[in-house]
Design a protein around this ligand. Structure first.
Ligand code: HEM
Length: 339
């Protein structure tokens, strides 16, 4: 049987995005459950009028808020763990809710962001807001093409969507976000060859450096993760540049979706602690992470109606042929959301 529809995690790159991270006040749990259920309708209110703009919105819920809203916690959900290396730190910052809004037109993103924040007035606070734009050639503000090695098709789906390993939450995903600020003056003082050695790819034509020329502390080398069976562990990134020329702020908003957050966290350990320890990612000498969060992205069905989605998930998981306990249940307990 086919699993529940995911939220639109695997959408092509758009021209614009808004990343909203919010905290939610105590006592606002009912309002948040209602907002999550209304999200697809709010998206339609804005997006239906301009279908070619391909507006999408993904909601993610942090571990602390999840426990306030629902009884059962997805297996991999936990607060984002700070990663402390000898030179650089991946900070962990406040955040209960993420809205990842994408469209080919910025006005569509903004309109939806307005509707969402209006619903959260008095019960939630925007703690980080980033307006991302697509740069020509898909380049980040370091000048390199960003996103090339993202998995595609069925590999992408298998990399980001939860399956039978956590049947109640099948169709869900985990997302890690980090806001990076670049020291562009220092980066641009490097020769192009030094920048290419830091990334692990050629700058102009985006071709990966051969293994014997790719430094062990390059971004690509440290983010290529092979498991014990020789398979690559992958995530899907939808990074966006952002900035403000007047205040000299130049950044990359990192956003990575994964079926298992440990994959992204291993990448972060490689980057910040180093592999081996001390061999940290050279890109970090020019990029500072100022936020860091992990969110669970439930399936679209779960967002619309959690109780019904959990009931359907238990039913489908208990079908003959599926692993069940001797009492016939999955041992997953009550399925109602907390009220
Ligand atoms: C300063 C922020 C970052 C910048 C500017 C950046 C930029 C890039 C660029 C230019 C590439 C090469 C082209 C490509 O395949 O996309 C790349 C690859 C990659 N990055 Fe990042 N990245 C950043 C942060 C991160 C973080 C935090 C992670 C993971 C936690 C990550 C994971 C990856 C992965 C998995 C690849 C592909 C490696 C491969 O298979 O070749 N990146 N990144």
């Amino acid at each position: 049987m086919q699993g529940p529809d995911p939220q639109p995690v695997l959408t092509p790159i758009t021209a614009a995005a808004i990343f909203l991270v919010l905290t939610v006040d105590a006592g606002a749990e009912d309002a948040i459950r209602e907002l999550l259920a209304d999200l697809s309708g709010l998206k339609r209110s804005v997006g239906f009028r301009v279908p070619e703009a391909e507006l999408t919105c993904i909601a993610g819920v942090g571990a602390l808020l999840w426990d306030r809203l629902f009884e059962r916690r997805p297996a991999g959900l936990h607060p984002f763990p700070q990663v402390t290396g000898a030179r650089h730190v991946a900070v962990s910052t406040a955040g209960d809710l993420l809205f990842h809004i994408r469209a080919h037109r910025f006005d569509m993103c903004f309109e939806l962001a307005q509707l969402l924040t209006a619903r959260l007035e008095g019960i939630g606070r925007v703690v980080d807001e980033v307006h991302g734009f697509k740069s020509f050639d898909e380049r980040d503000l370091l000048g390199f093409v960003d996103g090339t090695e993202n998995p595609e098709g069925s590999t992408a789906q298998a990399s980001v969507l939860i399956g039978e390993e956590d049947p109640l939450f099948a169709g869900g995903s985990y997302v890690i976000v980090q806001k990076y600020l670049h020291d562009l003056a220092a980066w641009n003082a490097l020769a192009t060859e030094q920048q290419e050695a830091a990334i692990g790819r050629r700058k102009l034509n985006d071709v990966e450096l051969p293994d014997d020329q790719k430094p062990a502390n390059s971004h690509v080398a440290l983010n290529t993760i092979i498991d014990d069976d020789g398979r690559q562990r992958q995530i899907v990134r939808a990074n966006m540049p952002f900035g403000s020329v007047g205040s000299g702020e130049f950044g990359t908003y990192f956003i990575g979706y994964a079926r298992d957050p440990d994959v992204t966290e291993q990448m972060l350990r490689n980057m910040f602690i180093g592999d081996p320890p001390g061999n940290h990612d050279r890109v970090l000498d020019f990029s500072t992470a100022v936020t860091g969060n992990l969110f669970f992205v439930p399936s679209a069905a779960f967002l619309d109606d959690p109780a019904e989605a959990m009931r359907a998930a238990e039913e489908s998981a208990a079908e003959p042929g599926r692993a069940a306990q001797s009492d016939g249940s999955l041992g997953i307990g009550g399925l109602r959301p907390l009220t």
